[in-house]
Design a protein around this ligand. Structure first.
Ligand code: 5GP
Length: 115
């Protein structure tokens, strides 16, 4: 079964796409947690970080350079931003299609909720 993100990548369901190439698609989160909240997603369905293989390394590295370019385009490169990848249950990963969150446009607070 294709993930919801694969359906957005293939254009089967709508998505506010901000960047696309043969390895990666980036689109705005449907429920933004910051003024800029973009999901950077490999076109290949990798469920979680635990499923990453050596052949994915170029794509995963490319995600960082795309993140940098999107941050510049969004006007938040200088003020700063956060890149976040959730993996599995304890991280509350909702969508089993590896993705990098790009948050910015406000002061983002502490890195993680303290106990
Ligand atoms: P996770 O918790 O898996 O790291 O994050 C999943 C993210 O995907 C959430 O921030 C959620 O709002 C977003 N999301 C879930 N379904 C959709 C959708 O159909 N479209 C878009 N654009 N974002 C989605």
């Amino acid at each position: 079964m294709a993930t919801i993100f694969s359906k957005i990548i293939k254009g089967e369901i709508p998505g506010d796409i901000v960047y696309r190439d043969d390895q990666i698609t980036a689109f705005r989160d449907i429920d933004p947690q910051a003024p800029t909240h973009i999901l950077i997603v490999p076109n290949k369905e990798i469920p979680t970080v635990n499923d990453v293989n050596p052949e994915d390394e170029a794509t995963l590295g490319h995600m960082f350079s795309v993140a940098k370019r999107i941050a510049e385009k969004e006007g938040i490169a200088q003020t700063g931003y956060r890149l976040l990848v959730n993996c599995g249950r304890d991280a509350n990963q909702e969508v089993l299609h590896l993705h990098m969150h790009l948050f910015g446009g406000r002061q983002l607070g502490p890195m993680i909720m303290r106990k």
